[in-house]
Design a protein around this ligand. Structure first.
Ligand SMILES: Cc1cc2nc3c(=O)[nH]c(=O)nc-3n(C[C@H](O)[C@H](O)[C@H](O)COP(=O)(O)OP(=O)(O)OC[C@H]3O[C@@H](n4cnc5c(N)ncnc54)[C@H](O)[C@@H]3O)c2cc1C
Length: 381
């Protein structure tokens, strides 16, 4: 294991790996990435891997448009011999309440002003896209054909291989157990396998970011929240887009291999538990059958749970820590970190290298919580 590094990245999920690749491909040498388990053992390996451009704030629309453009070319950008399986089947967002319908209209106006090709559909028009959809109670739908889905395992493999080709050293089963700070500056990282001297650390530790921050005396306001998900046996392809309802609290899609994957947001509850529950299956099935009655005849093959890394306003935290020089943060994605992973890596690399960032990230700094400048995003499950 290296004894010194220019940069140590803590976290082997998509945020850490994407930043590692983007830094190394821009010329930074001596990057070490630490992962306490195996790559993707955090949330990235447990996610639904949906990617959408339909957001309700200018910042999230811009981030997601930029990230989609990377996903569209990701195999080439990462020189990946496999396929990350990015498919653009669209997202169909169902408005159930009048308030939601009004919000969708505003979101679409904003999205159009930023070049996102979304549209508002009547329930009848939505049937052209999802013929078996139960439209009872649906007022209208927002649809963007360029939203989609990728294979999270292959995406991670692509980033990890590309980062390694550019010289990044990835140490799995290597936990950061201490951060050495002298006179307010980072000096090194203690791990269960030895000490690494460095003056730059990126905390990309997902739901564990708060604990990693505490190692350096840095406040990272991120708390874990368990989210469950399940997958069915594969069947013939019937559903192209992801269907989602914020008020109905559900997301559901069919994977390229034919499996349906689905989940819903639980009552907010801080927990590191990743246990699965029977209650989730019961509730999930009721919700899913309601929208797609044909699912009744399809068997569930697996359920699991993972952690959302919740920030106080459910928006990412990007930038640097305030208390200690040399600590950078890429965390708090609050359940949307897979889709933001490619653009996060690019923006964080630009920021760390002192380059102008492709998109402004100053409003996403950790200081916004103390300043009371929280960001309100209306388009979340
Ligand atoms: C059920 C579910 C569905 C989801 N669906 C979607 C979706 O459809 N679209 C979407 O965009 N997002 C989705 N997400 C959210 C997404 O998975 C996360 O936002 C994203 O994966 C975060 O990536 P990350 O790299 O920041 O964190 P993680 O993937 O959690 O990686 C952090 C890593 O840090 C490691 N680590 C922690 N502490 C230490 C330490 N001290 N030393 C070394 N390593 C350490 C952990 O082991 C972990 O592997 C979903 C999440 C869940 C749980």
């Amino acid at each position: 294991m290296k004894k010194t590094a220019e940069m140590v990245i803590i976290g082997g999920g998509i945020s850490g790996l994407s930043t590692a690749f983007n830094l190394a491909s821009r010329g930074m040498k001596d990057i070490v990435l630490l992962e306490k388990g195996f790559l993707m053992s955090g949330s990235t390996g447990r996610c639904g891997a949906g990617v959408r451009m339909q957001w309700g704030t200018e910042m999230n629309c811009a981030l997601s448009k930029a990230t989609c453009e990377i996903f569209e070319n990701i195999n080439e950008i990462l020189d990946f011999e496999g396929d990350t399986e990015f498919e653009q089947g669209g997202y169909l967002l169902m408005a159930i309440t009048e308030k939601e319908e009004e919000q969708f209209k505003k979101n679409i106006e904003l999205q159009h002003s930023l070049g996102i090709p979304s549209e508002l559909l009547t329930p009848q028009e939505a049937l052209d896209i999802v013929p078996d959809l139960n439209i009872e109670g649906i007022r209208s739908c927002a649809f963007c054909a360029k939203d989609g889905h990728a294979n999270p395992f292959r995406t991670m493999q692509a980033y990890a291989e590309a980062a390694q080709r550019h010289g990044v050293e990835i140490y799995t089963y290597t936990e950061a157990t201490g951060i050495d700070v002298v006179d307010g500056k980072v000096k090194g990282v203690e791990t269960n396998r030895g000490y690494i001297s460095t003056d730059k650390i990126l905390i990309a530790a997902g739901a564990w970011s708060q604990h990693v921050g505490e190692l350096a005396g840095v406040k990272v306001p991120v708390r874990p929240e368990r989210h469950e998900i399940l997958v069915t046996e594969p069947v013939n392809r019937k559903l192209e887009p992801m269907i989602m309802s914020f008020a109905g609290n559900i997301y559901l899609q069919q994977e390229p291999g034919g499996e349906f994957i689905m989940g819903f947001g639980p009552e907010p509850h801080e927990s590191y538990s990743t246990l699965s529950t029977w209650e989730f299956v019961e509730e999930m099935c009721k919700k899913a059958y309601h929208y797609l009655p044909y699912l009744k005849n399809i068997r569930i093959v697996r359920q699991w749970a993972g952690l959302y890394e919740m920030s106080p306003d459910a928006q990412p935290i990007l930038g640097k820590a305030e208390e200690v020089e040399g600590i950078y943060l890429a965390t708090g994605f609050s359940g949307h970190g897979f889709m933001f992973g490619p653009i996060t890596g690019q923006l964080m690399a630009e920021y760390i290298l002192g380059l102008p960032t492709t998109l402004p990230i100053d409003k996403l700094d950790v200081g916004r919580f103390d300043r009371g400048e929280l960001i309100f995003e209306p388009a979340v499950v």
